[in-house]
Design a protein around this ligand. Sequence first.
Ligand code: ZN
Length: 181
Amino acid sequence: MLKAVAFAADKHRFQTRKDSERTPYINHPIKVALTLCEIGNESDTDLLVAAILHDTVEDTETSPEEIETHFGKGVRDIVMEVTDDKNLAKEERKRLQIVKAHLKSRPARKLKLADKICNVHDVIHHAPSGWNVDRRLAYLNWCEQVLEGLRGVNHLLEKHLLESIAEGKNVLTAESSQHVA
Ligand code: ZN
């Protein structure tokens, strides 16, 4: 587990999140792993290690083989299931997340739930700079559609994500009506 944290921290070392505070990228995978433990009550080591590594192949120079060499095939398989194909256009990647969510393995769906919980939290409380309310609401609606395919693997994570999306919609709708007024 600590080896994974060190590996991911090294791979993401020049990256920041898209928020205005420019949070170091590594904060995100650590939070996703913590969400699986603390909210989802998950303790499987392969799952938690995959959570720490979940964005390395998609967003850094990391190969699936490298993950397998250091962390085993189980971890590699989970990471690859949650890795989008960057050769596809962004809209297509987002569409595929909706239609393919239900086809993923149970660990991959748990990881996706935790990832969405963290991203929804960020979009509500630490929005990427330049994202207006409409774009943030559109993101929440998209997450809600992905969630439909992720159901049935962890009730606690599912419930938390649903509540976060609902809370986000309330907060953002209130914000947007303030702007209109
Ligand atoms: Zn992520």
